[in-house]
Design a protein around this ligand. Structure first.
Ligand SMILES: [Zn+2]
Ligand SMILES: [Zn+2]
Length: 448
């Protein structure tokens, strides 16, 4: 999630400045209307103000600068009563394929709030951070929050073991070679795994790590060793490696990196992979056409193995194919395009997995202040669900595809120009070679 990244907040958020669609209801949204009539009525209602204030800021800013909100974080009160859903949840059994679509929701104020926030957007799966992403030391899970999380899952019919997908801390690098730092990383990682087990969560997604300039083999060896140790110290949680966009020393942008880590893991039942569609595309795994999707999936099957695939991060890409840039776009508006997501949503081997959006939802309010618009996720969930079984050659799909591509045209152009400029200056090569970035470079890139 961009908003929770320890790196600077991306300058770019999904905006519609100078975009006609900002001024009138979009045709895509209108097309979706029939799919979610109940949700559409609710959409007219602004999201409760609390939701906007409550989220993001708490996770994005150091606590020291946010004394009031720090206090709020301690509360474990549920907010069911004032969180009128923006969209009703779709019964997965009513879809032609069992696709569990959700988003990375906020757990600010207590892990139990992730349930409320998932219900709010009509999500059938969700990602969350189990603790602050900015700090190494965190208090244990509040027992009240834990019990509210468990009862919330049960009341709302979420199977935490199957469809909750926590995201690991960005501070943790399991490839760290410095002994003291490696211990610190391991302890934070293990602490998260313990939290998963306390909450009945089975899947834990994390970024494999960075070589920090060391050899790839040595870094991969250290990641696997840390995983083996963590598996012995816990009982059931599956550590899920996320594929990366592939710049610099980052491990995990190739299927081979993931394969090589898995090869060194002793207990293969405790390791898996989460494919982030934006990262895959940026790293050179094409998904745009049905043929490209098939080829990429075949390569994944051959190199990693489909049995390790456990989850998805569904994001379009603002950056072009193979650019190694990690810039999430709203579904259908980026260089991946809606056809890629149609392929994903109709792939039998992906059924039953948590598939979470990490798409931008920041918009400017009338005063130019950045606010989160959760309706974006509520709509994207319905959009993705609508693709299950949709005729990709039919009028409905073509109209949606065209509308969404038009909406993202300005942003795609802007990023493409940046990428070209950097390549002309040799900057693109620098990224690929893993040289240190200058401050101010690549400020838009996200880390999730
Ligand atoms: Zn991701
Ligand atoms: Zn991530």
């Amino acid at each position: 999630m961009a908003r929770s990244s320890p790196r600077k907040k991306p300058v770019v958020s999904y905006k519609e400045e100078g975009d006609e669609t900002a001024k009138k209801p979009s045709a895509a949204r209108a097309a979706l209307g029939s799919l979610k009539s109940a949700a559409a009525k609710l959409a007219a209602k602004p999201a409760p103000k609390r939701m906007v204030i409550d989220e993001g800021a708490e996770e994005a800013k150091p606590e020291a600068t946010k004394p009031q909100q720090t206090k709020k974080r301690k509360t474990t009160k549920t907010n069911d009563q004032d969180a009128m859903p923006l969209a009703d949840r779709t019964a997965v059994s009513s879809l032609k394929k069992a696709m569990y679509i959700g988003a990375h929701v906020s757990a600010a104020g207590g892990v139990n709030n992730s349930i409320t926030n998932a219900v709010h957007i009509g999500a059938n799966s969700f990602a969350l951070f189990l603790k602050s992403q900015r700090k190494w030391d965190n208090p244990p899970i509040n027992p009240e929050a834990k019990s509210l999380f468990m009862s919330g899952c049960s009341n709302h019919g979420y199977n935490a073991a199957e469809h909750a997908l926590p995201h690991g801390s960005y501070l943790v690098n399991l490839a760290q070679s410095d002994p003291a730092k490696a211990t610190q990383a391991y302890n934070a990682f293990l602490d998260d795994l313990n939290r998963c087990e306390q909450l009945g969560i089975k899947l834990y997604n994390f970024h494999p790590g960075s070589t920090l300039g060391d050899s790839r083999e040595a870094a991969i060896g250290r990641i696997a060793a840390q995983l083996n140790k963590s598996h012995k110290a816990t009982s059931s949680v599956i550590t899920v490696l996320e594929n990366m966009a592939g710049s610099g020393n980052t491990i995990g942008s190739t299927w081979e990196d993931l394969r090589d880590i898995i090869a060194l893991v002793d207990d293969k039942s405790r390791v898996g992979v989460c494919i982030d569609t934006c990262h895959a595309f940026a790293a050179g795994h094409d998904l745009r056409t049905p043929e490209a999707f098939r080829k990429t999936l075949d390569e994944f099957r051959r190199i990693v193995g489909i049995k390790y695939l456990k989850a998805f991060h569904l994001n379009d890409s603002k950056a072009p194919f193979g650019s190694s840039r990690d810039l999430h776009a709203n579904i259908g508006t980026g260089f991946l395009g809606l056809r890629a997501f149609h392929s994903v949503m109709n792939e039998d081997s992906f059924c039953g997995m948590p598939m979470v959006l990490e798409t931008p939802i920041d918009k400017k309010d009338a005063k130019g202040k950045s606010v989160e618009d959760k309706q974006v996720w509520a709509d994207e969930i319905k959009l993705l669900e609508s693709l299950v079984g949709m005729d990709a050659d039919g009028e409905k799909f073509t109209a949606l595809e065209k509308e969404l591509q038009a909406r993202g045209a300005g942003e795609r152009q802007r990023i493409q120009d940046q990428v070209k400029k950097k390549a002309a200056k040799g900057g693109g090569k620098k990224f690929a070679a893993g040289k240190k970035r200058k401050k101010g470079d690549d400020t838009d890139d996200e880390t999730d």
